[in-house]
Ligand binder design. Structure first.
Ligand code: XMP
Length: 518
């Protein structure tokens, strides 16, 4: 399917920004994949790329064990763009000289463009760019010329238009280089001659055809959580094979207020999909009785989910296929030894979601979103009629409110948290902040504190409000919510929910904290 589209490959040298580069290319409606830096040239060629972008990375090109570019890439004839480390590699490998700068240049810089042809076409004069490097290209390889400079970096961009090889010392993919996308567009459209065919409408059409061809007349099952990924997968598969699809929603009892009912309505009334709603709350609460340890809680919920799924799937008869909402960032093999420590990070929490179904169940897996980024899934969802409320929903963890109730999870405590959460999310929406905040929610604490209401002493629950800004949940900062908004939330919570007499605001960032409390 993807050969229908021109392809740009990003070779990942361990940059923080490799995925971002790919997203930027896709914003140009050109398909882009990220591969490890040591992918052999034959494998790269087999994919028939129209161009390759070599990412930045934390290493220095002369360092022992520094990652090297695939052998033969510079002579391959494929148009190349090296970003930061990628540019230093190309300069060194092609006969130039790279030197360790005395000072690391980090932050905004003013770029002066010296050559407005090729990658700077249409960008004259000066522009802001984002620098983050220690090494600098001192001498250019033969055939290369300087395309742009800054006050401190002479060769801020270099190029050999005849060979279609270019380098930029700065990062065109980040927002701090406001016109960076223009540079990427120039590379992709002018240098690589890509056509902008990677559009949502094309994706829907091709994907529907693919799913039809794969499923034939068979039946397919989809586990639904109500989040954007599983809802979009269901809508897409339903568009392709209609009532050969059955969606199963396992209600663990830890959803938000009214959420289970809304999911039910959406799937039965609006989408008219074969929909099975399993109310499994009793067995989940049973399992969680007396459990307070966060990891044990997560494991029990994960296991119980799988058991329930297995039992219920059996009742539906023979379903050879299973649709899952796996996304591109989950798929990327990021095996870059020594450079992507972050990606091979130690397990901090046992994650559970509908993607984590048992491997030994004999389903053939269908993952129509495995090439997409989250923002592309949202665009796709919109295109095929998934309601805005779901498309723009903040992330919600698989174990639901259970990991936002510190201590034992009981139906009574879930009910309290549902009410508090409803106020918090409602007020964030009223304030027009829902979309710009990554997540906003409430946490029920296992402590009671003394208060006074009317003339009476109270001894009731404490809740914490958590609101964070983030780009990818890897790091997060606490949101600077307006005091008035916090006040409204706090007043409403203690006035409307009789079990709560104290509200606190969580002002921790990630790291060292995490977004969820468990
Ligand atoms: P933490 O708490 O680790 O969360 O900073 C990072 C992001 O992951 C979400 N999260 C989960 N999502 N299943 C999920 O699908 C899970 O088990 C799970 N646990 C945490 C969390 O809400 C945040 O967006």
């Amino acid at each position: 399917m993807y050969q229908k589209h021109d392809l740009i490959i990003v070779l990942d040298f361990g940059a923080q920004y490799s995925l971002l580069i790919a997203r930027r290319v896709r914003e140009c409606n050109v398909y882009c994949e990220v591969l490890p830096y040591d992918t052999p040239l034959d494998e790269l060629k087999a994919r028939n790329p129209k161009g390759i972008i070599l990412s930045g990375g934390p290493a220095s090109v002369y360092e022992k064990g520094a990652p090297q570019a695939p052998a033969g890439i510079w002579e391959s004839g494929i148009p190349l763009l090296g970003i930061c480390y990628g540019m230093q590699l190309l300069a060194r490998d092609m006969g130039g000289e790279v030197k360790g700068g005395k000072k690391r240049e980090y932050g905004k810089a003013e770029l002066e463009i010296d050559d407005e042809s090729s990658i700077f076409a249409g960008l004259d004069g000066k522009m802001q760019c984002w620098m983050s490097h220690g090494d600098t290209v001192m001498t250019l390889p033969r055939g290369f010329s300087q395309l742009a400079h800054t006050a401190t970096t002479k060769n801020a961009s270099i190029g050999n238009p005849a060979k279609k090889i270019f380098g930029v010392q700065f990062h065109p993919e980040v927002v701090h280089t406001p016109k960076g996308l223009e540079i990427i567009k120039n590379f992709v459209y002018i240098i690589c001659e890509c056509k902008p065919t990677w559009t949502t409408a094309n994706f829907v059409e091709e994907s529907v055809n693919e799913i039809k061809a794969k499923i034939g007349k068979e039946k397919i099952l989809c586990a639904l959580s109500g989040g954007v990924d599983s809802t979009t997968v269901s809508a897409l598969v339903s568009k392709a094979v209609g009532d050969q699809l059955t969606c199963m929603f396992i209600d663990q009892g830890f959803m938000r207020k009214n959420e289970a009912r809304k999911i039910n309505e959406l799937f039965t009334n609006r989408f008219k999909i074969n929909f099975v709603h399993i109310d499994a709350s009793k067995r989940f609460f049973e399992k969680l009785k007396g459990v307070t340890d966060p990891e044990q809680k997560r494991k029990l919920i994960g296991t119980e989910f799988i058991r329930t799924f297995e039992e219920e799937a059996k009742k539906l008869g023979h379903m050879p296929f299973l649709a899952q909402g796996t996304l591109y960032p989950d798929v990327i093999e990021s095996a870059v030894p020594g450079t992507t420590e972050g990606k091979a990070a130690k397990k901090i929490k046992t994650h559970h979601n509908v993607g984590g179904l048992p491997e030994d169940m004999e389903f053939k897996i269908v993952e129509p979103l495995r090439k997409l980024f989250k923002d592309e899934v949202r665009a796709l969802g919109k295109e095929i009629g998934v309601p805005e409320e779901i498309v723009s929903r903040q992330p919600f963890p698989g174990p639901g409110l259970a990991i936002r109730i510190i201590g034992e999870v009981t139906p009574e405590r879930v009910k309290i948290l549902q009410e508090v959460d409803d106020i918090v999310v409602g007020e964030i929406k009223n304030a027009g902040l829902y979309k710009e905040i990554w997540q906003s929610f409430a946490v029920l604490l296992p402590i009671r504190t003394v208060g006074v209401m009317g003339d009476k002493r109270t001894y009731l629950n404490t809740v914490a409000i958590r609101a964070v800004t983030s780009k990818d949940a890897m790091t997060a900062d606490w949101a600077r919510l307006p005091y008035d908004l916090l006040e409204t939330m706090s007043n409403r919570i203690v006035n409307e929910i009789p079990e709560v007499n104290r509200v606190v605001y969580d002002i921790s960032s990630k790291p060292p904290s995490t977004i969820e409390w468990e």
